[in-house]
Ligand binder design. Structure first.
Ligand code: SAM
Length: 425
């Protein structure tokens, strides 16, 4: 079965194709990007862009120009029925039977183009909540491939709310994440605070360099390897075997040579227990298992906590009025941008709204001396693009005063260009 003008078919899913006016303009090659030069901001540093218009057209024009991005973040309308999803000038409410297939058609077309814009080692993040999470996951599996699914981040977005909820208070939304090619995606890791970790409770003569330590059983049931299965002699001459015998399933964590290095360098502890001898590795705070100083790092968790109220306050502090609902907080986007180790990545957000992604990119650049660039696409419904997206990021570059008259210095070393998607006559 194939997609046609009436239906879209994707990996066993089948839904109505809602043809959009913008698709006709794309087919007829009628769209162009026009810079509004008077809106240029800044003279030095990385050049960012705001593109005003329908994002399907914007994505098409970026594709035509052969552009590629390392990181795409989108926060599309969640389709909650609360006037957040407008389609050909009509809002979709919860009684509308076709609202899910219409939303699916809308998002599918944009994601197909987004995939073409991703670098080979690129990644896409998609904010969503329960209204469309399940459908979006299936659509993304179809477009990006199930094997490229990285995680469904679960974000605690508010606290202390939901007292009026009927059954349970939901204080979370989601962020789906897909790699363009999972084999090529590398994320940064989180530094672990070993200094204040109470599991490191023992001390020896090496405490100054190595820090405190905890004990890890050398006996281990992992994937079996003969080279890890040998006899160890306890201090009183008792012969010790992993798991009590030579052979599957247990082994020692370290091979014989490494174990002898551990004895010589005081990384091994024997203990006599009522059940016999046990042998342990000392896991130190500040050195690795080769006695090299290390910063302990672990993969980031998929459970994250970035509060929506912070996003609203940030925007109100810049614009002095409450004209955009639910902007994401900049710390969420800084977390996202910082997941890629390179500091010169190209970022794209094609449901930019208030433009948090650009603001956060500039803040992160300032923090780690990066030169990332960010492209935003968003429509100008209710003049959002001009009066919120642009006004906010112009103020972020030039500096502003908060509602409490606190001066915030501009992120001066940035340039911003403003474009409109126009229809050729
Ligand atoms: C949920 S908001 C994004 C909020 C944003 N993450 C922030 O922090 O401010 C989605 C935005 O996408 C815009 N939008 C919806 N459909 C669009 C389309 N087809 N093309 C361009 N922008 C669109 C909406 O007007 C809205 O401003």
């Amino acid at each position: 079965m194939k997609s046609d003008n009436n239906f879209i078919y994707l990996n066993g899913l089948y839904w109505e194709n809602k043809v959009e006016e913008i698709e006709e303009q794309i087919i007829k090659n009628k769209l162009v990007l026009k810079e509004v030069t008077k809106r240029k901001v800044g003279t030095t540093g990385p050049t960012h862009r705001i593109i005003e218009g329908d994002n399907l057209g914007g994505l098409y024009l970026l594709e035509q120009a052969g552009e590629q991005f390392d990181l795409i973040y989108i926060d599309p309308p969640y389709n909650t029925g609360n006037k957040d999803f407008k389609y050909t000038d009509a809002y979709f409410n919860t009684e509308d039977e076709s609202r899910h297939s219409t939303w699916s058609s809308f998002i599918y077309k944009r994601l197909v183009k987004a995939k073409n814009l991703l670098n080979e080692n690129g990644v896409i993040f998609l904010a969503i909540d329960d209204a469309e999470q399940a459908r979006l996951k299936l659509i993304c599996d179809g477009i990006f491939g199930e094997q490229n699914f990285v995680a469904n981040f679960i974000r605690k977005n508010k606290a202390g709310s939901g007292h009026d909820s009927k059954q349970v208070a939901v204080e979370f939304d989601y962020m789906l994440c897909y790699a363009n090619n999972i084999e090529k995606l590398v994320f940064t890791q989180e530094e672990v605070d070993v200094e204040n970790d109470s599991k490191y409770k023992f001390e020896d003569n090496f405490v100054k360099k190595r820090g405190k330590y905890y004990l890890r059983d050398l006996d281990y049931k992992g994937s079996y390897s003969k080279t890890l299965d040998y006899v160890i002699t306890a201090p009183d001459g008792t012969k010790m075997m992993s798991g009590g015998k030579v052979g599957k399933p247990n082994t020692w964590r370290w091979g014989k040579e490494k174990f002898e290095w551990g004895i010589k360098n005081d990384f091994i502890v024997f203990k006599e227990t009522p059940k016999g001898w046990k042998v342990y590795i000392k896991q130190y705070q500040f050195v690795d298992n080769k006695d090299q100083v290390r910063v302990r790092k672990l993969p980031h968790r998929a459970l994250i906590d970035f509060n929506n109220s912070k996003g609203s306050n940030e925007l109100k502090d810049i614009l002095k009025q409450d004209i955009f609902s639910y902007p994401k907080p900049t710390d969420l986007l800084q977390f996202v941008v910082d997941l890629l180790p390179r500091k010169d990545i190209k970022v794209l957000d094609f449901f930019a709204g208030s433009g948090t992604t650009l603001h956060a990119t500039m803040l992160q650049n300032k923090l780690d001396e990066g030169i990332r660039t960010c492209t935003l696409i968003t429509n100008n419904e209710n003049k959002i693009c001009e009066e919120v997206t642009y006004a906010r990021n112009k103020a972020a570059i030039e500096g502003y005063e908060t509602r409490r008259n606190k001066k915030v210095l501009g992120l001066k070393n940035n340039q911003l260009k403003y474009y409109k998607i126009q229809v050729k006559k």
